[in-house]
Design a protein around this ligand. Structure first.
Ligand code: HEC
Ligand code: HEC
Ligand code: HEC
Ligand code: HEC
Ligand code: HEC
Ligand code: HEC
Ligand code: HEC
Ligand code: HEC
Length: 342
C-alpha cells in the first residue's frame, strides 16, 4: 500500500517537473524580444504556432484579454495596445479547452511627456526592428520600400493624394501597410501624411537607426507647416517645449484619439506639466473677487461650440506676451475683457 502511494506520488512529482509532450510549448515568439522599449501605444507581435496544435490563441495584456485568434497559419501576426510604463503580455494556445502552450514577455512604453516614464528601468532596452535583417519576416512581407512609399507629400500635394483614389487603396500600395496597418486604422484622428502612407516624408531609410527621425521635430514639422513656422518664430515668446523643438511631445505624428492628433485632451495635456494651474486659482489670484476660475467643463465664450480649456486663454505655441495670451490680448486685463465685456 504505502509503496504504491509513494509510487504514484513520485509519478505526479515527475510529471510536474518534466511535463508530458502534450504540454510542451507549441508557440514560439518571433518578435519582439523580451524587455524591449516602445515609444507609442501600438506594438506588432509575430509568433509561430505548431501545425494543428491549437484551436484558439488568447492574447492577454496586463491581465486583460485583448485578442482571440483562430490560428490558420504557422505564423500569426497581430498588434497590441500598450499603456505607459511596464506592460506584461501573455499569449496562450488552447486545444479542446485545455492549455497547449504559453509564452510571455514584458515591454516598457516610454514617454517624454510623462515624467514617471521617461526612462526605462534597468534591463529594458530598445531593439530596433529595421536595423537587423529579418529574413524570416521577408518570407511573407516586403521589407524594401517601393515607389508608392517614396511619393513626396506636402500641404499642396496632400489633397491631390487624398482625392487620387480611396484611402484604402492608397494605404495598400505601401509596403509599410502590411505590418503597420493599425497605425492609422486604430484611431479616429489621423495626421495628413500618415493617412496617405507617406511614411518616408519623415522616416528615412538612410538614417541610423534605419527609419530614425531627424531631431529636433521642428526640422521635419516646419518643412510642411511652413506658415506656422514663420508665424511662431516671429513671436516674442515661444512656449517652452516648442522652443526646444519638441512638437511630438504633444502631437502624435501618426494618429490619436483626440483632435489635432494630441496625445491627450487639451486640458489633461497642459496639466501633465503644469499641475498647479489645474484649479484655475492662478487666473484670479491677483484680483479681489472670487478664489477660482473655471478651466474646463463650461462653454468657451469666444470659440462657439467648444469647451473652455487652457488653450482658450493661452496659445500652446507662441505669443507676443510672456504668459502666452491667446486671442491676441496684450495684457491680462485685456484678456478678461475679451470674454467679460463689462
Ligand atoms: C507565413 C507568412 C508570414 C510570415 C513569415 C510573417 N508574417 Fe506578418 N503577417 C502575415 C499576414 C498574412 C499578415 C496579415 C494579417 C491580417 O491582415 O490579418 C501579417 C501581418 C503582420 C503584422 C500586422 C498585424 C496586425 O494585425 O496589426 C505585423 C506587425 C507583422 N505581420 C509582423 C511580422 C514580423 C515581425 C514577422 C517576422 C518575425 C512576420 N510578420 C512574419 C504573414 C506573415
Ligand atoms: C515585416 C513587417 C514590417 C514591415 C513591412 C515594415 N515594418 Fe516597420 N516595424 C515592424 C515591427 C514589428 C516594428 C517594431 C515596433 C512596432 O511594432 O511598432 C517596426 C518598427 C518600425 C520603426 C521604429 C524603429 C525600429 O526599427 O524599430 C519605424 C520607424 C518603422 N518600423 C517604419 C517602417 C516603414 C517606414 C516601413 C515601410 C517602408 C516599415 N516600417 C515596414 C515591422 C515592419
Ligand atoms: C510627420 C512625420 C511622420 C510621419 C509622416 C510618420 N512618422 Fe513614424 N515617427 C515619427 C516620429 C517623430 C517618431 C518618433 C521617433 C523618435 O522619437 O525617435 C516616429 C516613430 C515611429 C515608430 C516607432 C514606434 C515606437 O513605438 O517606437 C514607428 C513604428 C513608425 N513611426 C512608423 C511609421 C509609419 C508606418 C508611418 C507611415 C504610415 C509613419 N511612421 C509616418 C514621425 C513620422
Ligand atoms: C509631409 C508633410 C507634413 C509633415 C512633415 C508634417 N505635417 Fe502635419 N499635416 C500635414 C498635412 C497634409 C495635414 C493635413 C492638413 C489638412 O487636413 O488640411 C497636417 C495636419 C497637421 C495637424 C492637424 C491640423 C488641424 O488643423 O487639424 C497637426 C496638429 C500637425 N499636422 C502637426 C504636425 C507635427 C507636430 C509635425 C511634425 C512631427 C507635422 N505635422 C509634420 C503635413 C505634414
Ligand atoms: C505643449 C503642447 C504642444 C506643443 C509642444 C505643440 N503643440 Fe501644436 N497644438 C497644441 C494644441 C493644444 C493645439 C490645439 C489648440 C486649440 O485647441 O486651438 C495645437 C494645434 C496645432 C495645429 C493646428 C492649429 C494651428 O495652430 O495651426 C498645428 C498645425 C500644430 N499644433 C503644429 C505644431 C507644431 C509644428 C509644433 C512644433 C513646432 C507644435 N504644434 C507643438 C499643443 C502643442
Ligand atoms: C511637456 C511639458 C509641457 C506641456 C505639455 C505644456 N507645457 Fe507649458 N511650459 C512648459 C515649459 C518647460 C515652460 C517654460 C518654463 C516655465 O516657464 O515654466 C512652459 C511655459 C508655459 C507658460 C508660460 C509660463 C510663464 O511663466 O509665463 C504658459 C502660459 C504655459 N506653459 C501654458 C501651457 C498650456 C496652456 C499648455 C497646454 C496646451 C501647456 N503649457 C503644456 C512645459 C509644458
Ligand atoms: C480664463 C483664462 C485662463 C485659463 C482658462 C487658464 N489660464 Fe493660465 N493664466 C491666466 C492668467 C490671467 C495668468 C496670469 C496670472 C498672473 O500673472 O498672475 C495665467 C498664467 C499661467 C501660467 C504662468 C504663471 C503661473 O501661474 O504658473 C501658466 C503656466 C498657466 N497659466 C497655465 C495654465 C493651464 C495649464 C491652464 C489650464 C489648466 C490655464 N493656465 C488656464 C489665464 C488663464
Ligand atoms: C476665454 C474666455 C474667458 C476669459 C479670457 C476669462 N474668463 Fe472668466 N469666465 C469665463 C467663463 C466661461 C466663466 C464661467 C461662466 C459660467 O459659469 O457660466 C467665467 C467665470 C468667471 C468668474 C466667476 C467665477 C465663478 O466661480 O463663478 C470670474 C470672477 C471671472 N470669470 C473672472 C475673470 C478674470 C479676472 C479674467 C481675466 C484674468 C477672466 N475671467 C478671463 C470665461 C473667460
Amino acid at each position: 500500500m504505502i509503496f504504491r502511494k509513494l509510487f504514484y506520488t513520485a509519478v505526479l512529482v515527475l510529471l510536474f517537473v518534466f511535463p508530458a509532450d502534450s504540454s510542451k510549448n507549441v508557440i514560439a515568439l518571433n518578435y519582439p524580444v523580451d524587455r524591449t522599449v516602445m515609444d507609442f501605444d501600438l506594438m506588432g507581435v509575430s509568433i509561430s504556432v505548431a501545425q494543428d496544435s491549437a484551436d484558439v490563441i488568447i492574447v492577454v495584456v496586463n491581465g486583460q484579454e485583448q485578442l482571440r485568434i483562430i490560428p490558420d497559419s504557422k505564423f500569426e501576426c497581430f498588434s497590441v495596445h500598450l499603456k505607459y510604463g511596464e506592460n506584461r503580455i501573455d499569449i496562450k494556445a488552447e486545444k479542446a479547452g485545455h492549455q497547449a502552450g504559453s509564452i510571455g514577455f514584458s515591454v516598457f512604453r516610454r514617454s517624454d511627456l510623462e515624467s514617471a516614464y521617461t526612462k526605462p528601468p534597468d534591463g529594458f532596452q530598445k531593439d530596433f526592428f529595421h536595423s537587423k535583417d529579418r529574413v524570416v519576416c521577408s518570407e511573407c512581407h516586403e521589407l524594401m520600400p517601393n515607389d508608392a512609399d517614396r511619393k513626396p507629400v506636402n500641404l499642396v500635394t496632400f489633397n491631390k493624394a487624398v482625392s487620387s483614389g480611396d484611402r484604402k487603396a492608397v494605404a495598400m500600395a505601401s509596403t509599410c501597410y502590411s505590418c503597420h496597418g493599425k497605425i492609422t486604422s486604430s484611431y479616429p484622428y489621423v495626421h495628413g501624411p500618415t493617412s496617405v502612407w507617406s511614411c518616408l516624408s519623415c522616416h528615412s531609410s538612410e538614417s541610423d537607426p534605419k527609419y530614425g527621425v531627424v531631431k529636433p521635430d521642428t526640422s521635419i514639422c516646419f518643412n510642411c507647416h511652413v506658415e506656422q513656422g514663420k508665424d511662431w518664430r516671429a513671436k516674442k515668446y515661444i512656449h517652452g517645449p516648442v522652443n526646444t523643438g519638441k512638437c511630438a511631445i504633444c502631437h502624435s505624428p501618426h494618429a490619436s484619439y483626440y483632435p489635432f492628433n494630441l496625445f491627450k485632451p487639451v486640458w489633461d495635456l497642459c496639466v501633465t506639466c503644469h499641475e498647479k494651474n489645474a484649479s484655475g486659482r492662478h487666473i484670479i489670484a491677483g484680483y479681489v473677487y472670487g478664489d477660482s476660475h473655471p478651466t474646463k467643463g463650461v462653454p468657451d465664450s469666444i470659440r462657439k461650440g467648444k469647451e473652455l480649456t487652457c488653450a482658450s486663454c493661452h496659445n500652446p505655441h507662441a505669443s507676443d506676451s510672456p504668459r502666452l495670451w491667446a486671442l491676441s490680448a496684450g495684457s491680462a486685463f485685456a484678456l478678461c475683457q475679451k470674454c467679460h465685456q463689462k
